[in-house]
Design a protein around this ligand. Sequence first.
Ligand code: HEC
Ligand code: HEC
Length: 152
Amino acid sequence: MNKRLVFATALVTGLLIGGFGGKSWAEGVSSLRGDRDIAEESMDPDLKRWQPDREPIPRQYVQQPPLIPHAIKGYKINIKFNKCLTCHSWANYKEKGATKISQTHFTDRDGNVLANVSGRRYFCTQCHVPQVDAPPLVENEFTPVQALKQHH
Ligand code: HEC
Ligand code: HEC
């Protein structure tokens, strides 16, 4: 270590010990919520009116993960169990009248086609989202690409 570095290190250490008197870094820092515990304020987010189950929702662009046209409250997805696959897997979709998961969901990131859903497609709600009956937060003039426009 050269002399300057030793000096700088000593200076910083001195400032830390002297300036903060060894107090915890977090002390005095408060979030926008204040110092209240999250659990004190959080509520079951069931304030929203989830849309009732319905027909598949038209897609807006190619490669869009289709929106979920039904409620998913209480549908667990964890390491042992995936509620979505009880209806959408290739084994179950026919009996449940659900759309079978896309073949792309079996391909891992290196392009290998697996026998089961790829890890990167396991957490369905990372990409597929249910819909609420609420006014849009911002105005949106997006229109679907011509190829996907539905003709009535
Ligand atoms: C109890 C059975 C069941 C479960 C569980 C279920 N779904 Fe569905 N899902 C359906 C049915 C039935 C449809 C509608 C199929 C139709 O009408 O063509 C559907 C439709 C969908 C669609 C629309 C497909 C499209 O082509 O537009 C998506 C996306 C979807 N579900 C995702 C999910 C996800 C994600 C989960 C888990 C959080 C889930 N589903 C759990 C039965 C289920
Ligand atoms: C990383 C994002 C991502 C994840 C995670 C994901 N999907 Fe998808 N999904 C997509 C996209 C994008 C499409 C449309 C393009 C395609 O078929 O790959 C799609 C298509 C679908 C479709 C429609 C297939 C069809 O033939 O029209 C169903 C049903 C579906 N996914 C269900 C699921 C279920 C169930 C899971 C969880 C096991 C899941 N997806 C996880 C992105 C995702």
